[in-house]
Structure formats: structure tokens, C-alpha cells
Ligand binder design. Structure first.
Ligand SMILES: Nc1ncnc2c1ncn2[C@@H]1O[C@H](COP(=O)(O)OP(=O)(O)OP(=O)(O)O)[C@@H](O)[C@H]1O
Length: 307
């Protein structure tokens, strides 16, 4: 099957600013793909080029078999777009606006069903200007869904949502995914990417620095697992067997940073068995998506900055 999105060597410059600088990736049909990256990394620029809302300076792009730059109406009818900040007619009611948008598409969905799906049933007759920020974002989502898109673009879909609205939005995306909709989203929330995305890509200063599943991102780049245990009584660090990873000792607490966790685990447990000792508090942990992200982007944790 042909990929839903094929991006090859994409670039976009604003004067001296290389907003997007030689980016390549593909998104498969039915996949949820998340673009991550710090402010100004180029996420919105990439998404808007794919939507056909911005031109590009170089590279090739194919979305659902169209070049977004020339796909025109036929292309726009196949995609759904949820922008970060859409400005809508404030005097429309929720129901009027969703109905209006539904009419733009050849196979538009039932407006009431979509309003219910995004949790705005109570607000269906409310004027758009009276909605809270989170409710407006949900309306944006409704407008992105109402055309029954094959591919949905979600730019920071849950920014400003309260926790329960966020979980509803996640359920909604999970539901769309099960119905086969391909989704390309941007987010600043690692838990969101972890929960929703089949694969994530990290952009930094216009370049793609990693692509992978949330679980394996960065693993090949040496973002190591950590084996932790307590030194058995009567042993010292120098007694430990040779390991692939780096050993750090804080008193009896040992941490081994390793890109070969199975190998080092085998060596360590073999060593312990031979000596007839136990490795207390033995754990293997993988860095979280957030750890990997922060390392890849060179950003530090907010709590480290504060301290
Ligand atoms: N219309 C424009 N004119 C000039 N520079 C622009 C324009 N749009 C974006 N840029 C620059 O391009 C770079 C990438 O911006 P972009 O909005 O794509 O980042 P982003 O990853 O979406 O950021 P955020 O997380 O803050 O939404 C930034 O340096 C930005 O200042």
C-alpha cells in the first residue's frame, strides 16, 4: 500500500531562518504520527505545507497521492484540519458552524453526531464567542472531523484542555484510529505522544533528529537502559564482572547505563549466582519518552532549571 504521507528533503526558509531544513519521513495509512519539538522547531511549518496552506522552497511532498501545493479542492476534501488558532465567526452558534462546514464536503458527517462526539452537546446552541478556550478547541476538532477525512491534521489538539477534556480527546483520537483515519499531530505533551502515537518524530531547528515508536525512540542512538541494584554485602565495585555499560556507584547503590541491557543483565546475574549472592532491588528501566526527548533536543527539565 502506498504511504499516506511521503516527505522527502523538505525545506522552507524565511530569509536566513531555515524553518525546515531537509526533512524526510513517511506516514503509513491508518497510522497516528506525532511531530515533537521545542517552540520554533518547524512543526507548524511542516504541517501547514502538508495541508497546502504554505508553499515550500525545496523537496517533494505527497499526501494521499496529491501534491498539497497543487491538489486544490479535490485534495482539501480528503483532509481534515484542526489549526492551533482558527478564527471563526463569533456570532454563529456551534450547531450552525458545524453544519456549515459539513456542507463544504461531499461526504460530510451528521453535525449533531460530531458535536456529541467532541462533548459540546450542551453548547450546541451557544454562540461561538461565549465558548471557553477549551470548548473552542473542541469546536475546532469538530470542524476537522465533520468532513469525514482520510487524513486528519491535529496541531496541538489538547492545548488548553482540562484533564478530563484531554482524556476525551484522546479517546476520540483512539476511536478515529480504530476506524482507519490516518492522523498527523503535533504536541508538546509527551504523555499525549506516548498514549496516542504509533510513531513519533522529533524536530529540532528545522531538522529531524529522530523517528521511532514512543518505546524505542533513541534506543539506537545509545539512549541507554539503566540496570540498578545494591552491591551484595561483602563485595566492592571492583568485584563486579566486566560489563558493556558504564558503572556508577553511589555507596552500595549501583547503576549501570547500558545499550545492551540483556547482555549485562545476563553477566550480572551469572556473577551473582556463581558467588551465591543476591542482587537486591534489581531493576531495569528504560528512559521515558520525555527523557529521550529532552536529551535529543538539548532542553533541560523545568525542575532542573528551577533548582
Ligand atoms: N511567516 C513566517 N515568517 C517568518 N518566520 C517564520 C514564519 N513562520 C514561521 N517562522 C519561523 O520559522 C521557525 C519555525 O516555526 P514553526 O511555527 O514552524 O515552529 P513550531 O515548531 O510549530 O513552534 P511552536 O511549538 O512554537 O508552535 C521559527 O523560527 C519561526 O520564527
Amino acid at each position: 500500500m502506498m504511504s499516506a504521507v511521503i516527505v522527502e528533503d523538505l525545506s522552507k526558509h524565511y530569509g536566513p531562518v531555515r524553518a525546515v531544513d531537509g526533512v524526510s519521513f513517511t506516514v503509513e495509512p491508518g497510522e497516528v504520527f506525532a511531530l515533537l519539538g521545542p517552540n520554533g522547531a518547524g512543526k507548524t511549518t511542516v504541517v501547514e505545507i502538508l495541508e497546502g496552506h504554505r508553499g515550500r522552497d525545496g523537496g517533494t511532498v505527497s499526501v494521499l497521492g496529491f501534491d498539497p501545493a497543487t491538489g486544490g479542492r479535490e485534495y482539501r476534501e480528503r483532509i481534515g484540519v484542526v489549526l492551533q488558532e482558527a478564527g471563526f465567526e463569533d456570532e454563529f452558534s456551534v450547531a450552525e458552524l458545524v453544519r456549515l462546514f459539513s456542507g463544504f464536503y461531499p461526504h460530510g458527517r451528521d453535525p449533531d453526531e460530531v458535536i456529541e462526539q467532541v462533548g459540546l452537546k450542551d453548547k450546541r446552541n451557544a454562540r461561538v464567542r461565549t465558548l471557553s478556550g477549551g470548548q473552542r478547541r473542541r469546536l475546532d476538532l469538530a470542524l476537522g472531523l465533520v468532513g469525514r477525512p482520510d487524513l486528519l491534521f491535529l496541531d496541538e489538539p489538547t492545548t488548553g484542555f482540562d484533564p478530563s477534556a484531554r482524556h476525551r480527546a484522546w479517546e476520540l483520537v483512539d476511536g478515529l484510529r480504530s476506524s482507519g483515519t490516518t492522523i498527523l499531530l503535533t504536541t508538546h505533551y509527551m504523555d499525549e505522544a506516548q498514549h496516542l502515537a504509533d510513531r513519533v518524530a522529533v524536530l529540532k531547528e528545522g531538522r529531524l533528529v529522530a523517528v521511532g515508536t514512543p518505546e524505542t525512540l533513541g534506543v539506537s542512538g545509545g539512549h541507554a537502559s539503566v540496570l540498578a541494584f545494591r552491591l551484595p554485602p561483602g563485595t566492592v565495585v571492583a568485584d563486579l564482572p566486566g560489563l558493556a555499560g558504564e558503572v556508577e556507584a553511589h555507596g552500595a547503590a549501583i547503576a549501570v547505563r547500558t545499550s545492551r541491557p540483556a547482555h549485562d543483565m545476563h553477566t550480572l546475574t551469572g556473577w551473582a549466582l556463581e558467588r551465591g549472592v543476591e542482587l537486591d532491588s534489581l531493576t531495569v528501566t528504560r528512559p521515558s519518552l520525555e527523557d529521550v526527548y529532552l536529551e535529543l533536543t538539548g532542553e533541560s527539565r523545568a525542575d532542573e532549571v528551577r533548582s
